[in-house]
Design a protein around this ligand. Structure first.
Ligand code: NAD
Length: 400
């Protein structure tokens, strides 16, 4: 990605607590950039409208100009957006992801000392989830119970495709789960590229291919095909050596492959994975998975490190370069406008953004300053602290 010294970054402050956290986060970003680059580089911010503020000013929750600007600037960062209630409204976040084809939802999960976590050794968790963002049962192809479409579909499935094993009760609603080779491969490729550029040693595919043979099983098959294009040592190779020459030789081959800089690749069934991340989280590194599994896994992992409120995220199309970095929590209407909200999720999304820009020093400066505040117990009420949003932000600025 070519990044000029003064890149234009689109931003959407967001609704609710977005208005509390965005200004302080943006200030922290500017302070860190100035501190590191001393005027040689800076962000040129471009404010865009979406959500409630956009609706008030333009009558549209996601104005065409907003999409156009992100499309041109490539990179955006946003606070949370409220989803208008009522039929006929699509989630603004989902629309943004679909319009820009942001196929990879990237969620790094790591523990910050000072935060209360429900597991005994949260520091063992250090993973990055690559969740496919456009396909699977989340593609939004659903037919409501009792409609003519669903009746036609049931008729087709029973008569034309002879799906006689399953009976469809009259009240069935039907969802469609598309999973393609192209969709899988571009996601898995981004997971491998990330593993290589971040020195990660293991990539794990998480799926339910044992039950859903063609969709989730397809994901597994296509993912292993991608692995062939990278310096990898797969579980399949390991098992082959084990069967032929014994466990000792297999372990030796794995050890040699890793010391040669290869990435170990394996796959785990989703339910077992959810168990394994509680028992042995240190075994996993980069995880590539389908949309629905990824949704569950990301939140389960974030909760394990006590970070559900501070977990960052990004939606990226690595082929076009389009990327939207975002706070993963909602608009928190209960505390909005009270200077109480925790800006950490947005700040860590900013850290991801600076990494994406290649401004590594800025990313590190912000993360280290935040980690220092958290370690010292200086944080907001949601984490059990006493600071307001602005006091917390001042503390972080002091640490930069
Ligand atoms: P929420 O995340 O807004 O709130 C859940 C709880 O977490 C609340 O108690 C809230 O006070 C707390 N919380 C959330 N963010 C916090 C922060 N930064 N600091 C301190 N506490 C925080 O979830 P919700 O109540 O289910 O959703 C409210 C609205 O947000 C809905 O309109 C929903 O559609 C939207 N939403 C948007 C996004 C997004 O834009 N990415 C994500 C989730 C929900």
């Amino acid at each position: 990605l070519f990044v000029p010294d003064e890149p234009v970054i689109s931003y959407i402050s967001g609704d609710g607590v977005g208005q509390d956290i965005f200004p302080v986060a943006k200030n922290i970003f500017d302070v860190a950039v100035e501190k590191i680059y001393k005027g040689q580089k800076k962000i040129v911010w471009e404010k865009l409208l979406a959500g409630g503020e956009a609706f008030e000013k333009t009558g549209d929750y996601l104005p065409e100009e907003t999409l156009k600007a992100i499309s041109e600037n490539l990179i955006a960062i946003k606070g949370p957006l409220m989803t208008p209630i009522g039929e006929g409204f699509r989630s603004i976040n989902v629309t943004l992801r679909q319009k820009l084809d942001l196929y990879a939802c990237v969620r790094p999960v790591e523990y910050f000392a000072g935060i209360e976590a429900p597991v005994k050794r949260p520091e063992k968790v250090d993973m990055t989830i690559f969740r496919e963002n456009t396909e699977d049962i989340y593609a939004g192809i659903e037919f409501a119970s009792g409609t003519a479409e669903v009746r036609k579909l049931i008729d087709f499935l029973e008569k034309e495709l002879d799906v006689h094993k399953i009976r469809f009760p009259e009240t069935s609603a039907i969802g469609v789960k598309p999973v393609s080779s192209e969709g899988t491969k571009r996601l898995v490729k981004s997971a491998f590229d990330y593993a290589l550029s971040h020195g990660k040693k293991r990539v794990t595919f998480v799926h339910k291919g044992n039950i859903m043979k063609f969709t989730e099983g397809g994901f597994r098959k296509w993912a292993y095909e991608v692995a062939k294009d990278y310096p990898t040592f797969t579980q399949l190779e390991y098992l082959k050596i084990k069967a032929e020459d014994g466990a000792e030789k297999a372990e030796e081959a794995k050890k040699n492959a890793l010391s040669d800089g290869k990435i170990f690749v394996d796959d785990v069934i989703a339910d077992n994975f959810l168990q394994q991340i509680v028992i042995n989280p240190q075994n996993f590194d980069v995880v590539a998975t389908l949309n629905l599994n990824g949704d569950y896994v990301s939140d389960a992992l974030a909760a394990q490190v006590g970070g559900i409120g501070i977990a960052p995220g990004a939606n990226i199309n690595y082929q076009t370069g389009h990327a939207i970095f975002e706070a993963t929590h909602g608009t928190a209407p209960d505390i909005a406008g009270k200077n109480l909200a925790n800006p950490s999720s947005l700040l860590l999304s900013g850290v991801m953004m600076f990494e994406y820009l290649g401004w590594q020093e800025v990313a590190e400066a912000i993360k280290t300053a935040l980690a220092k505040a958290l370690r010292a117990g200086k944080f907001t009420a949601d984490l059990g602290g006493k600071l307001s949003t602005s006091e917390f932000a001042e503390e972080i600025i002091k640490n930069i």
